[in-house]
Design a binder for this molecule. Sequence first.
Ligand code: T46
Length: 141
Amino acid sequence: MLATVREIQFPQHGDERGKLIALESLTELVPFEVKRVYYIFDTTPGTVRGKHAHKVLKQVLICVSGACTIECEMPDGTKTEHRLDWPDHGLLIEGLVWHNMKEFSKDAVLLVLASEHYDEVDYIRDYDEFRRMCEGHSSDV
Ligand code: T46
């Protein structure tokens, strides 16, 4: 499977009352069927979460309040950092991508749209195993 990390700018429906963003499954903005939504908030200062990759899961991450940084490592070893600090900005992660979430602001709420129900079997939590699985995979950053 191709590993992809892509920042996505969401179009805003704004008027004098404020702003609204609408996301739908199976579109350019969310290129999979959303089966699960979860969010991370009230994060302990200085904490780093994640430290894993997924075998099958596709996700779009959106910091709907505050800010946080997503650190990604692709199968070819390329590393990227993505600061999510506004609700109109998302990060698509699919395929074998080792990812960490860090530098959460106090008010950060990281919303995640996921393509599958929760399944611990889909997680690769051992970094050496991740590197072994990466052999033969390609990256698209
Ligand atoms: C990911 C990053 C971005 C559930 O019971 N259901 C769920 O849907 C999820 C996501 C988690 N959990 C339980 C499993 C653990 O006991 O919540 C606890 C914390 O999960 P975890 O340590 O995996 O959380 P993060 O922040 O390290 O990672 C999460 C997602 O798990 C992961 O898929 O890509 O956010």
